[in-house]
Design a protein around this ligand. Structure first.
Ligand code: ADP
Length: 273
């Protein structure tokens, strides 16, 4: 059974690293089913709600009713891969597409660079008053990215890397609800990356009555695979484990991340453009 080591790191209380962005970017990673997509969506919703209320207060006396300014965007990497078919073949044995990392990173580079560029323009918007640059005014967005593979992204993308951890009994129930394949197949060693939220895994030596997908993912969680990958890929002080067993965990994780983002912004108010 996996023992969840809940946030014994100090990243969520430490001073953030100085970056040229005005809002921090967060990667949410973890074994499939730990709640990455749900948490990312909740954080984005909360940040945008807060931002929208602040905007309304600020614009109370003004005609301008522009609600388009968002504080955060959800980068759902699995969805992006499926949408743009960033595939590099198909693995028939594993019944999964193989991820084309280069295509994915090229795409994400544009997203991350475009966001940063707009934010930088916003910080110097007083120098511009044409329409094109006006739209960048106050532009700053946190990109909240979720994916079960963390080692493929450039380190520069993220200011905080969260690894969600779920006890295997909860995880198992979630897999059953997800209706993963029920046909047992051989449990092979799977390495490399693919887009199917089932195949970041570790060596398994037993055949169980559950599907290979379920077994692989449970093994992955038990063996700390994603956490180890995160620790090997990012500065240890920005990698934090969070428990994601219950709804209460999820709610408290939203609060903690939102607070961390606010603190980061306060500490980086005078970031040079
Ligand atoms: P992932 O993106 O990591 O694969 P999802 O966000 O899709 O996981 O969540 C998988 C399922 O587990 C969803 O039905 C979601 O509502 C549920 N879930 C996620 N996190 C929790 C949690 N902390 N407590 C209870 N249920 C959760």
């Amino acid at each position: 059974m996996t023992t969840v080591n809940t946030n014994n790191g100090s990243a969520m209380t430490q001073q953030p690293r100085s970056k040229s962005r005005r809002r921090p970017n967060v990667l949410i990673t973890g074994t499939p089913g730990t709640g990455k997509t749900t948490l990312a969506a909740m954080i984005v919703e909360r940040l945008n709600q807060m931002n929208s209320s602040e905007e309304h207060e600020r614009q109370d006396e003004e005609e301008d009713d522009d609600n388009d300014v968002v504080a955060a965007k959800h980068i759902n990497v699995g969805e992006i891969i499926r949408t743009y078919k960033f595939y590099d073949g198909y693995d028939a044995e594993l019944e999964t597409h193989i991820l084309d990392e280069d295509q994915l990173i090229d795409y994400l580079d544009e997203v991350f660079v475009e966001t940063l560029t707009k934010a930088q323009l916003a910080t110097t918007s007083s120098e511009y008053d044409d329409d094109e640059n006006e739209q960048h005014e106050n532009y700053s967005v946190s990109l909240i990215t979720d994916y079960h593979i963390c080692e493929i992204f450039p380190e520069r993308y993220f200011d905080l890397v969260l690894v969600l951890r779920t006890n295997t009994e909860f995880l198992y129930d979630r897999y059953i609800e997800r209706n993963y394949h029920q046909t047992p197949t051989n449990n092979s060693i799977i390495s490399g990356h693919n887009n199917d939220d089932s195949n970041t895994t570790a060596t398994t030596t037993t055949i169980t009555p559950v599907s290979a997908k379920v077994t692989q993912n449970l093994q992955c969680e038990i063996m700390n695979v994603i956490y180890e990958n995160a620790r090997n890929s990012y500065a240890s002080e920005i990698v934090v484990e969070l428990s994601s067993n219950t709804i209460e965990d999820m709610e408290s994780n939203v609060e903690r991340v939102v607070q961390w983002i606010q603190l980061w912004m306060k500490d980086n108010e005078s970031v040079p453009s």
